[in-house]
Design a protein around this ligand. Sequence first.
Ligand SMILES: *Cc1c(COP(=O)(O)O)cnc(C)c1O
Length: 381
Amino acid sequence: MYNSLTWVEISKANLLHNVGVLRGLIGDDQILCSAVKSNAYGHGMTTVAPIMKEAGTNWFGVNSLSEAVELYECGIDAPIYIMGYIPLDELEEVVLRGFHFVVYNKETFVRLREIVTSTGEVAHTHLKLETGNNRQGVVADDLEWFIDMYKGDKGLVLEGLATHFANIEDTTDHSYALLQLEKFEKMVSSARAAGLEPNYIHCANSAATILFPKTYFNFVRAGLSNYGMWPSNETLVSSLQEGRRIEFKPVLSWKTRIAQIKRVPAGSFVGYGCTFKTTHDSLLAVLPIGYYDGYDRMLSNNSYVLIDGKRAPVRGRVAMNMTMVDVTDIPTASLEKEVTLLGVEGDEKISAEQLAQFSETINYEVTTRINDRIERRLVDS
Ligand SMILES: *Cc1c(COP(=O)(O)O)cnc(C)c1O
């Protein structure tokens, strides 16, 4: 059961729009694999996935077996690709369920060979190649070992070759990303020269999908852009410099209700640590949300919410489950009145990017950290 005092609204229209934009960018022949890991970046995986499928998503990218199972069990009829590490003792279930998954460890291969031999099933693997991120990935020197394993066992299917960019959204200088792309193409060529025949070649995340068609190959893995956010200002600037006119529409709004209205005299302290002291008689509203919900403590004395289309500044520290805002100049604020923590009200807006700036992080983290226990409600517009 959800706490009815706070909820997230997911705009179906905007989600359809964004997936349509991505589909338009990559064309009809490429696979659009939409990342729905981390509860679809906080948007609610099982809420958004069916709509994304309707709008043109072909595959779904998740982080773990548990996410893959949850997605499968909500009835999604599309390939599910697991992009995170799968522990050795979960590999058999992954293979038996027919999920697609990334591989890069020798230990994983040794275990997979046992599994395909004993079950007669095939493992749908995507080999991650190290090209400069130094996160997941097989280094060039080890490639031959993996190639030999694939050639030695028909149950080990090399379905894809993949890599991941390290420095594509943090800068307008894309030389490192393009260097990675070159390394990737070389490694793909050597795998092919050795006789491997991967169906899919992929490296594009959202920023690459927006900026570099030559990264598409026949499969892209876009996450954030599905949800109507830009990977960074740098990506937006680079895209505009290229003369592209891409419009993404934010999908998520986060709402709550006023839990108390309180009049306090000038000189009153507000919240833990007495970090705020009123300079005039004030009207405060207590909101039933806090850092447990994902409203970052960095937003203490450092953000605003929207009430009736007006900004109400956060006063004092954000607590675990409560936050105070100043509504002195919003006479319509009343008990249980709706409040927008993230989203648009009239002419005013509080975006994930704005909250990210206030809390010194990125839009990805702002929406991803909205607690899973908060209801995601689908709205049409
Ligand atoms: C999350 C993820 C993506 C998507 O990245 P965005 O920047 O959100 O588009 C792509 N590839 C991998 C391996 C990922 O884990």
